[in-house]
Ligand binder design. Sequence first.
Ligand SMILES: [Zn+2]
Length: 147
Amino acid sequence: MTCLECQKELSYLDHREALELLNLELCPAHRNRMVKLMRTHEVPVEAIQLYYGLKKMGIRAMLAWWDGKKTVHLAVSRVKLNIEIDTGHGAMTHDQAMNDLEETMHSFKNGFTTIRIPDFLVHKYLQETLVNIEGIIEGLRSNIKVV
Ligand SMILES: [Zn+2]
């Protein structure tokens, strides 16, 4: 097994630890980088899993992207797509729901599309989730061409 980022060979222990921590094959250096990103920018691990999934499909995304107001978990800037991972569903209050809607509205006005993906979807159906995101990116790309 090799690191997804630098193709460095992973030892059995490194491999096991990376899978336990992130469910991703990363060398200790890149694993630590991601753990740091999760801590400093509150990026959920699911965003990182989507990032590497998209990378495998040849789609370049950015983790912890600063949009000028807030940090977006994952962004595909070429098509102005923001992806937020929804954690702690079920516990959502009216205020939070309203905030989310307003954020979506503001980003839409600025030409950005925001999609929210529940974390459990990434756990359960990573491939299907990625295929749908890919479809959204394709849709956005063709819309941009038309305009
Ligand atoms: Zn690496």
